[in-house]
Design a binder for this molecule. Structure first.
Ligand code: ATP
Ligand code: MG
Length: 429
């Protein structure tokens, strides 16, 4: 195929054989979030570039080098959203959803865009499910976010393969004091830092903490510790969170180097990581951002949230073999009809059955065909049963009912009795 007719590098089609797993995953999360009282919000995929610069921060990887930014026909600078929090805050402010100080527990799902180097678990269009909570400032809600993801991992069967890393960045004041101390220390060891860290020291010094460079890591061993600079409020908040995780029986490790890539975090930050996916091991990440709403022009409004990467979680389910078998079977019953008269009767009968059994997954053969070819298609569809309607059956107003997976004998069922019969063998719940 010519190049112009290919998908953009790092942007994937999700093919029919993959969508059952995506729908299972998305359905599981949506049900869980309903049960915890979160409400879905849907934002546009494109926003003014300024929104991301102001919220994510100018000197972050995302804004510096990963955004898909372009001018539209009016000359406005627009950007395909690289993450969901900024747009969610924008929407919340624009519609006054937190105007009176009322709490909001929101979630969203959709594609995000970052111009990164594509590799396993890292794409240029990827999908996130995100949660954002506003106007609830206690550690109880930080804990709830973590508790519900823990429940999700349990439902998906991946609990044993993910680990929770936790840190507190303090308030912006305590972080400011820590930053001064860190810069002072690192500046004294400037020649031992890698090039990237030297640059970050000037632009975003906390990011030096999560360097992968071994020499810089060695320098960091004796660097001032963020925990020693936490103000009382942040310390109490962090203790409150840990106490709740302990009460809920959720294991975690404190990672003092966890700083997260975005500028807007304060107090709690966390990541769920797995060692089953190679370098792209973070499947869910987030934290508290109490200053962000005000920074974006709203009244002081606390916030906390996280986003999970759907592609990485799908990969993890596949890697661990945690793909429930039943999700790929999408047909219960396959109806074969032979001859024009039988086809007409089959259509009318099917619609009656669908009226009575709205959850039945009934597929009618399309494109006619011989007995053999229709039967082959019935089998290939994965259906549990075939229905067979030929001239003889039609004359008697019955339909052949044939188990395809070895549960019992073929029998004829009267048209009138078909729905009731199917209800006993296929439709559950
Ligand atoms: P990473 O350190 O892996 O680049 P990040 O800190 O940039 O992640 P966040 O902005 O916190 O990621 O996004 C939350 C989650 O979204 C990540 O934990 C990951 O699961 C997923 N994610 C982020 N970037 C990508 C990407 N390019 N491709 C696929 N998933 C991604
Ligand atoms: Mg990243």
């Amino acid at each position: 195929m010519s190049k112009s007719l290919q998908a953009i590098r790092g942007m994937n089609d999700i093919l029919p054989e993959q969508t059952p797993l995506w729908r299972y995953f998305e359905g599981t999360v949506a049900r869980l979030l309903d049960n915890y009282g979160y409400k879905q919000i849907r934002m546009p995929i494109v926003e003014f570039t300024e929104l991301f610069k102001r919220s994510i921060g100018e000197v972050t990887d995302i804004v510096e080098k990963e955004m898909y930014t372009f001018e539209d026909r009016n000359g406005d600078s627009l950007t395909l959203r690289p993450e969901g929090t900024a747009a969610c805050v924008r929407a919340v402010l624009e519609h006054g959803l937190t105007g009176g100080g009322q709490p909001q527990k929101l979630w969203y799902i959709g594609p995000m865009f970052r111009h990164e180097r594509p590799q396993k678990g890292r794409y240029r269009q990827f999908h996130q499910i995100g949660l954002e909570v506003f106007n609830l400032d206690g550690p109880d809600i930080d804990a709830e976010l973590i508790v519900l993801t823990w429940r999700l991992w349990g439902q998906l069967g991946i609990r044993d393969s993910v680990k929770l890393e936790l840190n507190s960045l303090g308030t912006s004041e305590s972080r400011g004091r820590y930053r001064v101390a860190l810069v002072e220390y690192l500046s004294a060891h400037l020649d031992k830092l890698d090039e990237d860290s030297q640059r970050r020291l000037k632009t975003n010094p906390l990011r030096v903490l999560d360097t992968k460079n071994a020499d810089t890591q060695a320098v960091l061993v004796n660097a001032p510790k963020m925990a020693d600079y936490l103000d009382d409020e942040s310390r109490t908040h962090f203790e409150g969170l840990k106490a709740r995780l302990d009460a809920a029986g959720i294991p975690y490790v404190i990672n003092p180097k966890l700083v997260r890539g975005l500028d807007y975090y304060s107090k709690t930050v966390f990541e769920w990581v797995t060692d089953k996916l190679g370098a792209q091991g973070t499947v869910c990440a987030g934290g508290r951002y109490d200053g962000l709403v005000e920074q974006m022009g709203g009244k002081p409004t606390t916030g906390v949230g996280f986003a999970m990467g759907i592609e990485r979680l799908i990969l993890l389910l596949e890697t661990l073999g945690q793909v429930p078998e039943e999700i790929s079977r999408q047909v219960d019953v396959y109806l074969c009809a032979f001859g024009e008269a039988a086809e007409l009767a089959a259509l009318a009968l099917s619609e009656k059955v669908r009226d009575q059994l709205p959850n039945l997954r009934l597929q009618i053969n399309a494109g006619a065909g011989s007995f053999k070819s229709q039967f082959k298609k019935a089998d290939k569809s994965g259906a549990l049963y075939a229905l067979i309607l030929g001239e003889d059956e039609l004359a008697q107003q019955v339909i052949g009912f044939k188990p395809l997976r070895g549960q019992g004998e073929q029998q004829n069922i009267a048209f009138d009795a078909l729905a009731a019969h199917l209800a006993t063998c296929v439709v559950q719940g």
